[in-house]
Design a protein around this ligand. Structure first.
Ligand code: COA
Ligand code: MG
Length: 311
């Protein structure tokens, strides 16, 4: 059985799994997806309790149309397998996505895939759970294409900048290490290569590509620059770690009115001219099949977001 396709996600709000008081706030936020985190935002002594809190939150709160994810711990920790089993057994059919941090090999995905299949059969779940592989180590990036192709459950790849920096030993350029201050230590986009490499593997396998969070939640200009760069490289969305970041991320990853207008004009003119094949000139610029494909993507995303009529 194939999982239900994941809808395009612009913003993913990460919320510590042990902070129940934040879960309701996250549910009411404008984030396209909420990710209840059992990994790096939860201290080891609270891992067990956080698992129970997350299961309760998913069962008790009315999530309606809000997409919902859980990030389990990595599989080389004492917590990861138990997170997967307990969460998937209790609420796997209420989740859109299970996020696997520090995915290092396709074997990690094979393991999780088989485990989830057994749980879904045993529990009689009607839905097959999607997986997001977080690429945040040198080992993971080294095998990213095989990871992206490892299972039909793979719906997205995300790039974890802070862990990747630690993995390759590239130094700590800011307090949080989540993408701030990069421009001061490297001319150009410091993470251009690993991010683009991950995006290529994601898109070649029909997956979404998601950028890591920006650590300084008081710097909206820095966040905007970071998100704009990720979008320019092909990312579909970005994580947020604070509600104050959501509007900026949603805005950056939505097509602008100018983009939508341009796309609709291209499609209309090309259709009217009967030039659905080959190149034409619009406003003195060359428009060919590549342009039309780009325009269709913008129109389809705008339709999904309700920014233009469905047909
Ligand atoms: N989800 C939901 N609500 C959040 C939130 C989040 N990620 N981050 C902050 N809030 C809430 C706070 O609870 C607070 O609510 P209140 O006004 O009712 O008290 C409000 O937003 C303002 O928070 P603020 O005081 O500005 O931040 P803070 O100092 O309480 O918390 C962090 C700062 C960074 C610790 C917190 O934002 C956080 O834990 N973020 C998530 C971290 C995470 O998930 N990391 C792993 C992914 S890389
Ligand atoms: Mg990480």
């Amino acid at each position: 059985m194939k999982p239900a396709p994941l809808k395009p996600i612009r913003s993913v709000l990460s919320v510590p799994g042990n902070r129940a008081e934040m879960h309701e706030k996250a549910r009411c936020s404008a984030a396209d997806m909420v990710m209840l985190d059992l990994e790096d935002s939860v201290p080891p002594e609270e891992k067990k309790q956080a698992r129970q809190t997350v299961v309760r939150t998913i069962s008790d709160l009315a999530w309606k149309d809000k997409a919902l994810a859980v990030r389990i711990n990595a599989l080389d920790t004492p917590f990861g397998y138990k997170d997967a089993v307990e969460v998937a057994e209790a609420v796997g059919d209420k989740l859109d996505l299970l996020v696997l941090p520090k995915t290092n090999t396709p074997g990690d995905i094979h393991f999780l895939d088989r485990l989830l299949s057994g749980i879904e059969l045993a529990c009689g779940h009607k839905f097959v759970l999607n997986i997001e592989a977080a690429i945040e180590t040198a080992a993971g990036l080294n095998q990213v294409s095989a990871i992206a192709a490892a299972s039909q459950r793979l719906a997205s790849l995300s790039f974890g900048v802070a862990d990747y920096t630690a993995s390759v030993g590239a130094g700590l350029a800011s307090v949080s290490g989540h993408g701030e201050n990069d421009a001061h230590v490297y001319p150009g986009h410091r993470w251009h290569f690993p991010l683009s490499r991950m995006i290529m593997a994601a898109k070649a396998n029909g997956c979404f590509a998601v950028d890591a969070p920006f650590g300084n939640f008081k710097d909206s200009e820095g966040l905007k620059a970071s998100a704009t760069m990720a979008k320019a490289l092909g990312c579909d969305g970005k994580w947020a770690i604070h509600p104050a970041q959501i509007d900026t991320i949603n805005q950056v990853f939505s097509p602008t009115p100018e983009e939508i207008e341009r796309a609709l004009k291209i499609l209309k003119t090309a259709k009217e001219a009967g030039h659905t094949r080959g190149a034409v000139a619009i406003d003195g610029k060359m428009v060919d099949q590549a342009t039309i494909r780009l325009a269709r993507r913008v129109r389809d995303h705008a339709r999904h977001l309700g920014l233009v009529a469905a047909q």
